[in-house]
Design a protein around this ligand. Sequence first.
Ligand SMILES: *Cc1c(COP(=O)(O)O)cnc(C)c1O
Length: 362
Amino acid sequence: MNNKIFVTKSFLPDKAKYFSYLENIFDNNLPLTNNANLVITLENTLKNFLQVPYFQYVTNGTIAIQLAIHALGLENCEIITTPFTYVATINSILWEKCTPVFVDIKTDNFTIDPDKIEEKITSKTKAILAVHVFGFACDVHKIQAIADKYSLKVIYDGAHAFTSKYEGKSLLSYGDISTCSFHATKLFHTIEGGAVITSSQELYDKCGLLKQFGHSSDTYYCVGINAKQSEFHAAMGLCNIEYLSEILVKRRDITEIYRAELQNIVEIPEKQENLRLNHGYFPVLFKDEAELLHIFNVLAKENIFPRRYFYPSLNTLLFLSYQPCPISEDIASRIACLPLYPQLAHADVYRICSLIKKELAS
Ligand SMILES: *Cc1c(COP(=O)(O)O)cnc(C)c1O
């Protein structure tokens, strides 16, 4: 009997190692939360790993975006963003009482099209919130030039960007603030978790304050929220980081099989110049939605479940007024991410490819 193969599967480290962290907490009655030892250790480890100046570990990638918007003082404004992302990006804008203004995406790597940003800038625009979709790099230089010209802030939702390197440095080091997610489905995870990354000490301090209710001991500075992470989550991160290079190699090897087997069968995004991709996802484009649905049916019969990601294009959300983004709508209708995780057997990858080839090879 085949086990079900989903688009991803959470990585689990050595059980004894994880339990040893917990045992130490139990046996020594150590703190469970409130920026204790393991959280601080993980923050320093990740900061050094990414070689970024300031890094706040928080409870998830969604609250990280909300903290970024809040820390930059972006209330009651328009934020230029992309419809081709996970709903958390747009929810964060709306939750912070801002208006998302959608700009269509580029066909090559599905990130926001910088050439279409300026026409959407109004007197209410205060920021651009772009997404490094699937670990591909946004056009960070063009975006920054526009931001400088119109005095806008730049936030990158880097939920997919952990370990992606652009022009030799972490993709998370661009913009005023970059955020990341360490959710269990992501390439590196702490079960739930996220980060706010910035090169401004002021923004770092602000986010640090906001994440702990806006106060530091008995001094109350501002309205904050609780985005502190626990020691049990940090322990998972400290375990998982040990496996990171192994995880990246395994992911890369699987994507190389997909790429070799499926070229000319489905559309596969080209490798991006100056980018060391992290292989968090393997997106493919079908000819149209009908072809995608047909392949999904064929694979489902074999207990294989790719994921329509991202679908739908978020400019079509029913609770928003419709702003057309034809490219994003087209891509969302026919893109899928194929199963990709380090534990996935190569035999299964070849099996997935041959099932697809059998249907689509002419
Ligand atoms: C996963 C994800 C998020 C949200 O992260 P959580 O840690 O699950 O809150 C935000 N944006 C994108 C693009 C994501 O994929």
